[in-house]
Structures are given as C-alpha cells and as structure tokens.
Design a protein around this ligand. Structure first.
Ligand code: UGA
Length: 432
C-alpha cells in the first residue's frame, strides 16, 4: 500500500519505518529540510534502540522515502497519516497549530482521494475538524475520509510496542475506510478494535490518564507507607496479584515525566473544562505528580538542611531509561532546587546529557561515568533507573562518595543490600 506519514517525531518516524518494514511503500514528510536530509542518509533524529538499522534497511530496499515537499509526499498515496506534535498550550489544552498547518498543506497538495488517519493525540472531535479543514481548503473536489488511529508506543521500546502492542484502535464513521485501514495492519497479528471516531480519540487520553493515575496512586500510597513503616514494594506486589489491578505501572518513584503523561492529563482536564465537566480525579493525579517530582528534595533537606556548597552527584537525567528525552523529566525540578539551595551539582546520564544542557541550570557540571560522578561527593541522588545504574556495585558508592549517603528516587536497590554495604540509603515508599 502507498502511505504518507506527516511529521517525523517519535510517533511519525517509528510508524513510517515500521509500516515500511511490513512491505508498504512509505514516504515520511517533514517540513524540516535538514532533518529530512539526514533521515535520507539513514540517520534517525531520535534515539530509539533498533530504529537506525530498520531505517537503513528499508531505505536500501526502496520502500522508505523522506521528503519536505507535500506534492512529492502525497503523490499517488491512498493513505495519509498525520503524526505531528500536539504540545501543551499555556492554558493546558492541546495546541493544534501543527495539525492545522498539516491539514491546510494536505488540502493544497492532494491529487487524488485519500483516507486521512490521525495518529497524533488529539482532543475528541478533532478528526471531524480535520475533515472540515481539508475540505474547506481544497481547490479541487477529492473525497476525504477521516480515521482515528491513536498510538500507544512507549519511548525506548517503540519498535517492540508497534509490533507487539496490546491492541490497534481504529475509529471512523465510514465503514469502508475502517476496512481499508485495517488492511494496512493485516500482517501485525494484533487485536484490532474498531470503533466510532470520537471513542477512538478518547481511548488514547483515557489510557494515558489511567496509567498516570496508577503512578500517582502508588506514589501517594508510598508516601503513606513511609510514615507507617510499611514497604510500598510489598504493597504493590500484593495489590498487583489481583488481576483486576495488575502488577504493571505500580513502581513508586519521583513521579511521571516525558512528553505524554503530563501533556495528556492536562489536555484531558482542559477537554473536561470545555464541556463544563470538572475531572477531579485527573486534577488530583496532576497535583500529586507535581509534589512527587520534588519529593527527593524534601527528603534531602530533612537530613541535610543546609545544602550550601554541598557536592551532589546526580545519576540519571532522562525522564526514564533508554531514552535521551528530557521533556518534563523530574531531574529538572530536582537539580534546579538543589542549585537554588546552594549545592554544587555534578550529573551523569548515559545518553541524555546533551539534551539536558537545554533544561538544566548552567551551573550543572556533566560527568562521563558513574565513578566520576560519585567521587568525593557529599551524597548521591538517583533520578533515572538506567540498567547501568541499577547494576552499579553498591560497595563502589561507599568507596567513591565522601559520605556514604544515597537518595534513590527509583528504588534501584534492595534495602537489605544497601544496608549491608553500610550506606545511608533513602528511597521512595520504603523504610529508611
Ligand atoms: C507513555 C505510554 O506508556 C504509552 O502507552 C503512550 O503511547 C505514550 O506515553 C504516548 O502517549 O505517546 P512514555 O511516555 O514513553 O509512554 O513512557 P512510560 O514508559 O509510560 O513512562 C512514563 C513515565 O512514568 C516515566 O517518567 C516513568 O518513569 C514513569 N513510571 C512508569 C513510573 O514512575 N512508575 C511506573 O510504574 C511506570
């Protein structure tokens, strides 16, 4: 099938590359010419394990193309995926400017009937708006059908999630288009849920908001466990054994970050407000997360009230492992507060350090290894549960640090082991 994908961020690029991998002819379209040039050479603008190899293979086999021209990108295509960003506006709602631009450009450049498939996370009702916008800007009369096909992939495991996700959701009022879009995914062997347009749009927000709720819930419970001498890991294990609850997404920590949960929970709140419905659970989830992102600073100040000139080694900066994404990473708030409190911050991340420079205070000193980050520090803080951090020998913390004090925002180590290595180890939701 001939497919065009507009937008080569996480969702667009991974979708385009994976669809080409299954044999479709895919042209990825992005208005950023520099990015397009480097993608033509098989260089992915995002860090995603396995993506570069898959890109190169499909470029070589003439199934995957990149362009910044809408005329070229849309020529002869029966399907046009929209996968542009829908960032958070100042008022919390989803900013649809890139989507609107894409719709107008589609309208100006199409040469045949198309099915427009929205992958971007968009407020309920947006696909109808997409159809109206394209139709009202078209100079010739082509048939435009719209289908909502939200994306559920996670950064860091995006390729795996595309091929082995739990479901594919396709929503439309047009039965024929639904059937044709289903055929794109024929070789995926995943359950396909077909539904109406608005429900498909809502499924995406509902899923992300529910996952965010699970995280804020377990974090709040963790804070309570600390005060009552219980251990959140044992509690989560016991809860997760109930299949109605499930064991996933019950890891207490420094709160959720990234480009999706913070943005989508705020957007859902704003969608509720737009129809005068107060989403009080979602508001609490957001508030709890705001507090949780700072919780490690509260803990530090409880034990070390004066941070002036204290040297802090921060391990992990990205919002989660296996990504260089710093958007809404809890490390940003924590490092800002440490620096504002007079501490000297030395930081390490296996791959996110370069992006981190955009977000972190200029005073932050970047280190190349865990050893170097810990040397002579007054204490250490763990912000991301990278494999190399979780596998770092505990006795090394003791030998490298000036004081054997570790504040772990990701519960990387068993309590008993940390204690047996003589560490003063403070984690989340577990007894200190
Ligand atoms: C999330 C969803 O998991 C995807 O299904 C969705 O497609 C994506 O958003 C999106 O909307 O595009 P992602 O943001 O890549 O994916 O990351 P997650 O793996 O979901 O983690 C999000 C945050 O929650 C991270 O900061 C992580 O550290 C935190 N988290 C996750 C916890 O604190 N505890 C947990 O138990 C799980």
């Amino acid at each position: 099938m001939k497919i065009s994908v507009i937008g080569t961020g996480y969702v667009g690029l991974v979708t385009g590359v994976c669809l080409s991998e299954t044999g479709h002819e895919v042209t990825c379209l992005d208005i950023d010419e520099k990015k397009v040039q480097s993608m033509r050479n098989g260089i992915s603008p995002i860090y995603e394990p396995g993506l570069d190899e898959m890109m190169k293979r499909n470029i070589e086999e003439n199934r995957l193309f990149f362009t910044s021209s809408y005329e070229e990108g849309l020529a002869d295509k029966e399907f046009v995926f929209i996968a542009v960003g829908t960032p958070q506006s100042k008022d919390g709602s989803a900013d649809l400017q890139y989507l609107n631009n894409a719709c107008r450009s589609i309208a100006e450049s199409i040469q045949n009937d198309v099915i427009v498939i929205t992958k971007s996370t968009v407020p309920v009702g947006t696909n109808e708006h997409v159809k109206r916008t394209i139709e009202s800007h078209m100079s010739r009369d082509f048939s435009i059908s719209v289908v909502s096909n939200p994306e559920f992939l996670r950064e860091g495991s995006a390729i795996h999630d595309t091929f082995h996700g739990d479901r594919i959701v396709i929503g439309s009022e047009d039965e024929e288009s639904l059937e044709r879009v289903k055929k794109i995914y024929q070789s995926f062997e995943l359950p396909i849920l077909t539904t109406d347009l608005r429900s498909a749009e809502m499924i995406k927000y509902a899923s992300n908001a529910f996952l965010a709720t699970k995280i804020s819930f377990i974090n709040e419970l963790g804070n309570l466990c600390e005060r009552l001498g219980a251990n959140i890991e044992n509690v989560a294990k016991g809860m997760g054994m109930d299949q109605r609850i499930g064991s996933k997404f019950l890891n207490a920590g420094v709160g959720y970050g990234g480009s999706c949960f913070p943005k989508d929970t705020n957007a859902l709140l704003s969608i509720g407000n737009s129809v005068e419905y107060n989403m009080s659970i979602i508001q609490s989830v957001i508030d709890t997360n705001e507090k949780q992102q700072r919780i490690i600073v509260d803990k530090i100040k409880q034990f070390i009230p004066d941070l002036t000139n204290k040297k802090v080694g921060v391990l992990g900066l990205a919002f989660k492992p296996n990504t260089d994404d710093m958007r809404d990473a809890p490390s940003i708030k924590v490092i800002r507060e440490l620096v504002d409190s007079g501490a000297d911050v030395y930081a390490y991340d296996p791959i996110a350090a370069e992006n981190a420079r955009i977000y972190l205070p200029g005073a932050t000193v970047y280190r190349e290894s865990i050893d170097e980050t810990l040397q002579d520090m007054d204490f250490a803080v763990i912000m991301t549960d990278w494999k190399q951090i979780k596998e770092y020998p505990l006795d090394q913390f003791r030998t490298q640090l000036k004081n054997p004090v570790v504040f772990d925002g990701r519960n990387c180590f068993p309590l008993a082991e940390a204690a047996s290595h003589g560490l003063q180890y403070h984690s989340i939701g577990r007894p200190s």
